[in-house]
Write a protein that binds this ligand. Sequence first.
Ligand SMILES: Cc1cc2nc3c(=O)[nH]c(=O)nc-3n(C[C@H](O)[C@H](O)[C@H](O)COP(=O)(O)O)c2cc1C
Length: 201
Amino acid sequence: MTMIGESTVRTDRDPAGQPPGVLVLCGSTRADGYTHALCQAARLAVECAGFRALVWDLGERPLPPADPAYHRDPSQHPDPVTRELVMLARESAGFLIASPIYHSSFSGVLKNALDSLSMTEFRGKPVGLMAHGHHLSAVQVCDQLRIVMRSLYALTVPEQIVTVPADYRKVADRQVLADQIAVARLASVVTAVTGLAVRAS
Ligand SMILES: Cc1cc2nc3c(=O)[nH]c(=O)nc-3n(C[C@H](O)[C@H](O)[C@H](O)COP(=O)(O)O)c2cc1C
């Protein structure tokens, strides 16, 4: 372990010499949107904690409609992109799940991605929830995802982050999470997830 500031950086490696991985699932298809910016900030925070981070962008890497025929074992799904997500999820020690608020809930592409996965990928693993909207009413995304994650037997951490446009600054046509309170809140979500991922692994 190496100490940087107040955070503990995990340097333990898996048998292949890799640090544990956290999968960041981005439930927005808008590449220049706020939820993407939130996921990029989350990726950096995870890497600062000494974990590998991978952002799965459901706009860039869309999934076909979830097929209930593979509900029990989604690794048998005929679609190679779905199988890739399943294997990445299985290998991940934890998750960060993000969505914009759509009609008082999380996005349909995110629900489809979660329906393409199963308890096998999530059971006993820590999950942090992240949401974005015009207003803090986007907390509804987290409230509803908590219910969904329970049915997948994930360990959803109490910490969560909800952002609004004022938390971002535009840098070279991209939004960047800039508000210091929001950055600190994101760090608390990541610390909670990586801390549990360490214990679970
Ligand atoms: C289909 C749809 C439904 C939406 N529903 C809501 C809503 O219920 N409440 C709200 O505050 N914003 C709503 N919005 C606005 C989005 O949450 C907002 O534009 C957000 O910035 C989108 O995130 P993004 O920048 O990551 O794409 C909706 C947007 C869309 C496209």
